[in-house]
Design a binder for this molecule. Structure first.
Ligand code: MG
Length: 343
């Protein structure tokens, strides 16, 4: 379970808030709309609504549901944009859904998901933006990127193309972890070290969110600011996600295959003994590992043991392993010859 809280603020410069968020017990999401007039706000709301509808708590297929939510949001936003004549209507969307001890993340755009763990701040998502691409190529430092005039150009957004390809991945969770999702209104004015100082403090989520928004406004507040925080209280693996039953089944199948193989092999192995004064054919092996008898009587031949030379009788008494059927037939022919000559 996580304790989730969300805050959004218009900032100090914009005349409308085009961000939207969701802070539910197992689903966190932020969206930063664009397109001017009401289009941005509508795009962001549409994306959040798609998350609400298509991502269900406790689902067995979180990745698939995330993909579906993005696809549905993309289609709806494009439809609205075409109908209302909003050419550049779109939105970022970053969503985290909690499944036992895993967080599944879906992401498109330059909003972000962070994880605070053990006094560390880990950025889980990679920005889909022009400046982030330049940082990845080593042509820009993260600090320069935050002040770059083209920092608002994003390379992937919900609603901008016919198909949306969100990043979808999972990350493990531990009790005490804090997930933080935010729009660029926070990460523009606030760098990672300041975010770490303000966000990782053990203040409750709601106070932390307020402090972060305040800090972003004090640093200029030139964009809408949205923060969603999820504090992980418990992180138990989902029941049934264990692979133990599958492994048990595999072992049973393997054991059966091995057993069938051994049985087949034993059924095609022969050894000779002397019983009731006759040379006797047996199948299997004349051994008993762990008390398990691997040999069995097959049939008694017409050859009398007393017609055979002494050395042969001695061998029969010790049980004479001969091998396969072909070898058995050869040896039986030899034995019959010997008996005839010895009679
Ligand atoms: Mg923004």
């Amino acid at each position: 379970m996580i304790l989730s809280v969300g805050r959004t603020d218009i900032g100090r410069v914009r005349d409308a808030n085009e961000d939207a968020f969701l802070a539910a017990p197992t689903i966190l999401a932020v969206a930063d709309g664009m397109g001017g007039h009401d289009a941005g706000a509508l795009a962001a709301k549409t994306a959040i609504e798609a998350v609400r509808q298509h991502i269900k708590p406790g689902s067995r297929q979180p990745a698939r549901e995330i993909g579906r939510a993005f696809a549905r949001a993309n289609r709806t936003i494009r439809k609205i944009g075409a109908r209302e004549g909003h050419k550049h209507m779109g939105t970022t969307l970053t969503v985290a859904t909690i499944h036992g001890d895993m967080a599944w993340i879906g992401h498109a755009g330059d909003s972000r998901a962070y994880l605070f763990r053990d006094n560390r701040l880990i950025q889980l998502t990679a920005d889909h933006s022009l400046v982030a691409e330049l940082v990845r190529r080593g042509q820009l430092t993260p600090d320069d990127a935050r002040k770059h005039p083209k920092r608002n150009i994003i390379t992937r957004a919900v609603g901008s193309d016919r198909q949306i390809k969100p990043d979808i991945f999972s990350h493990d969770l531990q009790p005490g972890d804090r997930l933080l999702l935010c729009t660029d209104g926070l990460t523009g004015p606030i760098d990672d070290s300041r975010l770490f100082d303000l966000g990782s403090s053990r203040f409750p989520g709601d106070r932390t969110a307020d402090k972060l928004i305040k800090a972003a406004n004090e640093a200029g507040g030139d964009d809408n600011i949205t923060v969603v925080i999820g504090d992980v209280e418990q992180a138990e693996p989902l029941p049934g996600r264990s692979r133990a039953p599958l492994y048990a089944l595999l072992i049973i199948v393997l054991a059966l295959v091995v057993f069938a193989g051994i049985s087949w092999r034993l059924n095609h192995l022969y050894y000779l003994t002397a019983s009731s004064g006759r040379v006797t054919v047996n199948r299997g092996l004349p051994v008993e590992p762990f008390g398990l008898n691997l040999g069995r009587f097959d049939y008694r031949t017409s050859v009398r043991v007393k017609d055979l030379p002494d050395y042969y009788v001695a061998r029969l008494k010790q049980e004479m392993v001969v091998g396969d059927k072909k070898r058995l037939d050869t040896i039986l022919t030899d034995i019959k010859d010997l008996a005839r000559r010895n009679r």
